[in-house]
Design a protein around this ligand. Structure first.
Ligand code: UD1
Length: 414
């Protein structure tokens, strides 16, 4: 069944443990290709993007097994080949294989990456940076062909702190000869996580989490065991759900330090927050407050991945709020679905004005992309009546089991 049915209107009550991070595990899986041994990843989320990445890795000869949330990957006997278009085309992160394949084989052949329909997603920054490390790249109608017999360290300055381009540089530079200094690097926690993992494999990377990353290339990387951090976007989604649906909820294993911008917004919305260790208790006694402006921006700013969930929550918050989307220009498709429920949203270019309404009404909705789909779950849980959200498979790309999680928070889901 590719839909879920939510009966809205009940305030939240319950608790949920936050799953492992999607955006951290995907580049780490690419990095695992570089070890000629066995990689063990704990807390690996069971989501369809991970499934697709594992299929891609199998195509290169990786063997793997899952033991609950533990994933064991044996990359001992690999062969270069062409990644399956069926899987590479479903996700943006397949491009991250490029750096690792070049590091391991000196060559790579990849179909163009796919991903969510949230605007133009060029790969020029990835290609430019990899060329600076010595890669020769050809873009053909079928995809990319790349050769890099001797990757060499370089001084690279990214025109924009792209998360994916930063990850690709780090993945290849870890094995390049000499030192790479990457300036204007992305500072997202997922970059820190990838560099920590690579360092566990024997890489020598410093400065992750700052704008300048310094990578001293090493000859080989070895096997490693690593625990994937919790997913800040999943945590943020459920935090915004609490602002929309009200009630009281406890989130466990929350990466609180990574969610400062989101917590600030929740505070403005009037949601009470109490934290103890990695636990966050949220309580929204009445209607939440809007009437402020939020811009998405690179970390540590408000994450673009939580823009649609925030929009859904603001639909029911008092006052007129503004969201400016500064990362992906076409990320407002969810507004059309929210409008079907009675939301009052005006879009002008990269700006959305959201006027809080008294109520949303449940109806038939379509998820068009991952985070937009999660936003519809928030709206449906807070709406009056029943909603059906079709194209559930988009949500399953990043949420391990949103149905279980919603039920655990007291939402009625069929
Ligand atoms: C990653 C995340 C995604 C998140 C995004 C921004 C993963 C698997 N995905 O995506 O969830 O929304 O960061 O935080 O980690 N750009 C170019 N040329 C390039 C690369 C990017 O112009 O070569 C532009 C993009 O079109 C976009 C902006 O840079 O406008 C940000 O993209 P980037 O940071 O690269 O995001 P992703 O790595 O694709």
């Amino acid at each position: 069944m590719d839909y879920l049915e939510i009966e809205g209107g009940s305030p939240l009550c319950g608790e949920v443990r936050i799953q492992g991070s999607k955006n951290a595990v995907l580049p780490i899986l690419c990095a695992a290709l570089q070890s000629p041994g066995v990689t063990v990843l704990e807390n690996c989320p069971d989501i369809s993007d991970v499934g697709a990445m594992l299929e891609l890795l199998k195509g290169y000869g990786c063997r793997m097994r899952r033991e609950g949330s533990r994933l064991v990957i044996d990359a001992g006997e690999l062969h270069p080949g062409r990644a399956s278009e069926a899987y590479a085309g479903t996700m943006r992160s397949s491009i991250m294989l490029l750096g690792s394949l070049l590091a391991r084989f000196g060559e790579a052949c990849l179909p163009y990456p796919g991903g969510c329909v949230i605007g133009e997603r060029p790969i020029d920054l990835h290609l430019q940076a990899l060329r600076q490390l010595g890669a020769e790249l050809q873009e053909g109608p079928e995809g990319l062909r790349a050769v890099c017999a001797h990757p060499c360290g370089a001084r690279i300055c990214l025109p924009f702190p792209s998360v994916g381009a930063t990850e690709n540089v780090v993945l290849l530079a870890a094995r390049a000869e000499g030192v790479t200094v990457l300036q204007n690097a992305a500072r997202e926690p997922e970059i820190v996580e990838l560099c920590r993992f690579l360092n566990c494999m024997g890489a020598r990377i410093e400065g992750a989490g700052t704008g300048t990353i310094r990578i001293r290339g090493v000859e080989r990387l070895h096997e490693a065991r690593y625990r994937i951090m919790p997913d800040r976007i999943v945590a943020g989604t459920y935090m915004l759900l609490s602002a929309a649906a009200g009630g009281k909820v406890i989130l466990k294993e929350v990466p609180l330090g990574q969610l400062r911008a989101v917590r600030q917004v929740l505070k403005q919305m009037g949601v009470r927050q109490e934290s103890r260790g990695e636990e966050l208790c949220l309580w929204c006694p009445g209607r939440s407050r809007g009437g402020f402006a939020v811009c998405t921006s690179p970390y540590p700013g408000f994450p673009t991945d939580l823009q649609s969930p925030l929009m859904a929550a603001l639909c029911l918050a008092d006052g007129e709020s503004v969201i400016e989307e500064r990362i992906f220009e076409a990320r407002f498709k969810t507004a059309e679905e929210l409008a079907k429920m009675g939301a009052d949203i005006r879009i002008q270019g990269a700006r959305a004005e959201i006027c809080g309404v008294k109520k949303l009404l449940g109806c038939s909705l379509k998820a068009w992309e991952l985070r937009g789909g999660a936003a519809l779950c928030i709206a449906a849980a807070a709406a009056e009546g029943t909603s059906r959200i079709f194209q559930y498979h988009y949500i399953a790309r990043g949420y391990e089991n949103i149905i279980r999680d919603l039920k655990d928070m007291g939402v009625v889901v069929h």
